[in-house]
Write a protein that binds this ligand. Structure first.
Ligand code: IPD
Ligand code: CA
Ligand code: CA
Ligand code: CA
Length: 272
């Protein structure tokens, strides 16, 4: 079966799996710090997705947040990058506003991106070169905007940090207003659909942004790191997705700030 069709079927099945599984008890553990949560549902959903892909395409490579593919360190062949639940804090606290995110790359080139808003069963999807869709409605190219009249999404935690806070703070001051949704994949889907005009992150992993960057490309938007540099799909990086004009405007806030550039250098360039 064609990869894009299979991916769409798979992400819907995985959504159904999550909606059923979350009605039963599940354990919640912390990972790197007390606010970095993971549940049985994250792990079981990743295994569900991994098993289905592996069964269908035994020679494809699969990287997931919860432990699959830790040994993968090059992009040759077909690579599936999977976040089984993006927005685990929302999943635990709200039981809504979380997504499954799947990006597929062939020899490092985008093939397709899929983001499922699980509780609304709404699929954002794109195949490289063939347009992006929300469910069955083709998305229009996103319009250029200026920061002063734009809604942007970002996590307020970055604004209060010492070295990087001032750059984010200036953006908050100059924007029309900000939003914070708690799922990077949904933030990117909302950027592609024009709900917000840009989304910014100081640090994401490949599974957070892989699908979103493919979808944003297909509506004429741009995704780079916050300094305007190309993102390598197997690396952690900062992420800036926006329409073309706003992207250029926002990069200036970071690339003119020596303290920001210094802090950015220390936490980037690491493999997933
Ligand atoms: C997180 C979410 C969140 C972003 C974090 C991610 P997770 O992913 O996307 O919006 O701010 O950086 O780690 O852990 O819920 O899959
Ligand atoms: Ca996580
Ligand atoms: Ca994530
Ligand atoms: Ca996750």
């Amino acid at each position: 079966m064609e990869i894009y069709d299979f991916g769409q079927r798979l992400i819907r099945e995985a959504g159904e799996f999550v909606r059923l599984r979350m009605q039963q008890d599940f354990s919640v553990d912390s990972k790197m710090n007390p606010n970095d949560l993971v549940t049985d549902v994250d792990r079981e959903t990743e295994t569900f997705i991994y098993d289905r892909i592996h069964e269908m395409y035994p020679d494809h490579h699969i990287v997931g947040e919860e432990g699959h593919g830790t040994d993968i360190d090059d992009v040759s062949g077909v690579l599936w990058i999977v976040d089984p639940i993006d927005g685990t804090l929302n999943f635990v606290h709200q039981m809504q506003n979380f997504a499954i995110s799947i990006g597929v790359f062939i020899d490092g080139k985008p093939k397709c991106g899929l983001i499922l808003d699980v509780m609304n069963d709404t699929l954002y999807r794109a195949e490289a070169g063939r347009g992006a869709y929300k469910e069955d409605v083709r998305l229009d190219p996103i319009d250029d905007t200026e920061l002063a009249t734009s809604l942007i999404s970002l996590n307020p935690n970055w604004v209060i940090k010492d070295k990087i806070g001032p750059a984010f703070g200036k953006i908050v001051k100059d924007a029309r207003s900000t939003r914070s949704y708690g799922s990077a994949a949904l933030d990117m889907a909302y950027t592609a659909t024009g709900v917000v005009s840009a989304t910014l992150f100081f640090r994401l992993h490949p599974w957070d942004y892989a699908a979103g960057m493919i979808i944003i490309d297909e509506v004429g938007g741009k995704t780079t790191n916050l300094l305007g540099e190309e993102i390598n799909i197997l690396y952690k990086d900062s992420v800036l997705s926006a329409n073309q004009a706003l992207h250029s405007e926002l990069v200036e806030y970071f690339s003119d700030d020596a303290a920001f550039i210094e802090a950015h250098r220390h936490v980037h360039g690491e493999k997933k």
